[in-house]
Design a protein around this ligand. Structure first.
Ligand code: FES
Length: 147
């Protein structure tokens, strides 16, 4: 095999290797990530509670979250101390405003490692202030929060 034949085989090999990647990149992404935020925020009832999602959605995702729930940002999870109850807090970390996640029975901030207990109090800094807590409950198949 001379140099020209060798280079031709290298080119064919590179094309064959990259073709599936190029085809995949050109395909539209038909699978959408599940959303934990309702498309339209529910209006608050007379008692101030509004639905943030269903119990099925809560149990499937492990939490419910919205960046615009009644004009604020909320994350809801089942209370680790009482599986029939839910807890809701403002999801903006009190350190520098990143959005906290629900991980392993606590609210965790991905930015600098703060974590918050289910009642919103600080478990680990650098945050020093608790997360604001909202009233939350389950009625029928709905998870309701009052902000
Ligand atoms: S913004 Fe959450 S720990 Fe810094």
């Amino acid at each position: 095999m001379n140099r020209r034949e060798f280079m031709t085989w290298i080119g064919v090999g590179a094309l064959a290797t990259s073709l599936p990647v190029a085809i995949a990149a050109c395909q539209s992404d038909t699978a959408e990530a599940p959303s934990t935020t309702p498309a339209e925020p529910a209006a608050a009832r007379d008692d101030g509670f509004a639905a943030i999602g269903t119990v099925a959605e809560l149990d499937q995702a492990g939490f419910l979250a919205s960046s615009n729930f009644q004009g604020t940002q909320v994350i809801v999870a089942r209370d680790p101390a009482n599986a029939d109850a839910v807890i809701a807090v403002d999801s903006l970390c009190t350190h520098q405003g990143c959005t906290v996640d629900w991980e392993g029975g606590a609210f965790a901030c991905p930015c600098h490692g703060s974590s918050f207990n289910p009642d919103g109090t600080v478990a680990a800094g650098p945050a020093s202030s608790p997360l604001p807590v909202y009233e939350a409950k389950i009625e029928d198949d709905q998870v309701l929060v009052k902000v």
